[in-house]
Write a protein that binds this ligand. Structure first.
Ligand SMILES: *[C@@H]1O[C@H](CO)[C@@H](O)[C@H](O)[C@H]1NC(C)=O
Ligand SMILES: *[C@@H]1O[C@H](CO)[C@@H](O)[C@H](O)[C@H]1NC(C)=O
Length: 353
């Protein structure tokens, strides 16, 4: 009897042990899976913020390949995971998942032909703006910073909006630029929102019309699983921010996003957010393909070109182009085509007149 009872107890004990270890195994697996899934977006935030502290030239040399390795894996499914229905302006618009790629520049699909077409495009203005203002300043001689340029021609909306004190400027950055453009546009009477993940508090109200928000603009919303775990969400899509702020239009969108500009622009096009924007000023980076942009060099350049052609189709006209000679003169990691790794481009939405 005693022997049998002992055996029975032993068996129960073993069973319990088995159950516990199974539980532990499942737990580790599950958390590893969770970590795997939630890893990249957090890394992205960290990488973006970290990058603000780094020397630009150094980054141009070494960061691209590392960043690419981190993000490329998520490229195909990530944009689909976002829920466009949360953007209420989209309700009547057909949902788009992809931008329309332009035909190849030549039948050989060579980098040469793509690059020549693209570089010609970004260095050729499409409309004349006779009243251009750099950095919001009237006195153009004093300014040595980057030429963030808006068009104040009477035929476009911005001049009227400024006069009526109804102008709104959004500035997307990563905290490494001076604030001249923002400060000057605010003193011209615009309501200026600067989005910068590196500021100390969640919001700083500087002067009457200038707000700094501790937010970084992304091309997708954080996944809900992360949102519930993280108290401080620091990245959002522009469309989401517009909805949350109750803003229906932006007169000027300035973006200096250190190679995230391609996917951000794609997101604005796919969700129809560009139509709510009057003028766009983008700094573009050509020394590597950019976050989550993949494919061989010719495909990358064709993709960049196609994004701009989408803008053109929505009646955005390029009125200002600036080649930054102070940055490395590199195009997709090579010193070719006499190109710079960095250009500043300004478009005006000619539907907004
Ligand atoms: C690059 O890839 C595309 C398709 O992905 C292909 O059609 C093209 O020929 C390739 N270009 C070169 C130069 O290899
Ligand atoms: C290269 O670009 C610079 C600056 O844009 C220009 O001054 C120069 O003439 C160009 N060189 C060639 C060979 O095209």
């Amino acid at each position: 009897m005693l022997g049998r009872e002992l055996r029975l107890r032993w068996r129960m004990c073993a069973l319990r042990l088995l159950a516990i270890s199974l539980g532990i195994l499942l737990c580790t697996h599950f958390s590893a899976e969770l970590r795997r899934r939630s890893g990249p977006p957090e890394k992205l935030v960290v990488a973006k913020v970290e990058s603000t502290a780094r020397d630009l030239n150094k980054r141009a040399e070494e960061m691209p390949s590392r960043r690419q390795v981190i993000y490329v894996r998520r490229s195909s499914s990530s944009s689909k995971a976002a829920n466009p229905a949360t953007n209420r302006r989209d309700n009547n618009k057909p949902i788009r998942w992809h931008i329309d790629l332009q035909p190849w520049a030549s039948s050989s699909h060579s980098l040469d032909s793509e690059a020549i077409r693209f570089l010609r495009y970004i260095t050729t203005t499409q409309i004349i703006c006779s009243h251009r203002i750099k950095n919001g300043q009237t006195d153009q001689s004093v300014d040595a910073s980057k030429p963030w340029t808006v068009c104040l021609d009477e035929k476009f909306n911005l001049a009227h909006q400024i006069r009526n004190k109804q102008c709104r400027v959004y500035s997307l950055g990563l905290g490494e630029d001076d604030n001249n453009f923002e400060v000057n546009m605010a003193s011209r009477g615009c309501e200026v929102h600067r989005f910068d993940p590196s500021i100390a508090s969640t919001q700083i109200h500087e002067g009457e019309r200038l707000w700094h928000h501790r937010l970084s603009i992304d091309w997708r919303d954080p996944k809900p699983a992360i949102a519930t775990h993280k108290l401080h969400i620091t990245t959002k899509k522009l469309g989401t921010i517009l909805n949350e702020f109750g803003h229906w239009k932006i007169d000027v969108l300035k973006a200096d996003m250190e190679s995230a500009e391609w996917k951000i622009l794609e997101n604005l096009i796919l969700e129809g957010v560009v139509e709510q924007i009057g003028q766009l000023i983008f700094e573009i980076h050509l020394h590597w393909p950019g976050f989550e942009v993949s494919g061989n060099d010719s495909s990358v350049v064709r993709y960049w070109y196609s994004l701009f052609k989408e803008l053109e189709r929505k009646d955005f006209k390029l009125f200002y182009t600036y080649k930054d000679l102070s940055k490395p003169q590199r195009f997709l990691k090579k010193e070719i085509y006499n190109a710079s790794s960095c250009y500043i481009l300004s478009w005006v939405n000619t539907r907004w007149t």
